[in-house]
Design a protein around this ligand. Sequence first.
Ligand code: AR6
Length: 169
Amino acid sequence: MTAITLVRGDITRQTADAIVNAANSSLLGGGGVDGAIHRRGGPAILEECRKLRASHYGRGLPTGKAVATTAGDLDARWVIHTVGPVWSSSEDRSAQLASCYRESLRVADALGARTVAFPAVSTGIYGWPMHDGARIAVETVRATATSVEEVRFVLFDDRAYEAFAGRLR
Ligand code: AR6
């Protein structure tokens, strides 16, 4: 059984086997969670991301996929980078957002990670409505078979925390 827990706070301050990054396809950094992870995790993470771009992911990491690197100076063994979809009001991209959670857990399983901290992927710069993002996150984790023992959603503010808490009640 996978326990789903909620924490309000900064994901870069968490202790976990793996911390998930809400990245973009370039894997070369950005704002939001991505910026915070690279800032606090230090240059080792970017160095590995560059190597991934030079090898397996020459065209970038596709939306909905996930890949792991070192966690650098973070209190974790790995960062799992996943690329959420940009919100669209004209096109349903929910399957891609669900895929981020599923693929991240698949990568976590392959690594042997037992605790995984997730941000609310796509709900920041990518504009996904928080309540729907929370629904997809919780439903997908519940529906995914995984050896991960704890999935911890790390929510940046009260609004995000309440949206996730509402889904777990
Ligand atoms: N800890 C936990 N949650 C956070 C943190 C943090 N330190 N910082 C922001 N959030 P976002 P996205 C919340 O924008 O929407 C980057 O430029 C935030 O309030 O980080 O998937 C990438 O390079 C929101 O609820 O990711 C991409 O280009 C959630 O985390 C793009 O942004 C996700 O917000 C990805 O956009």
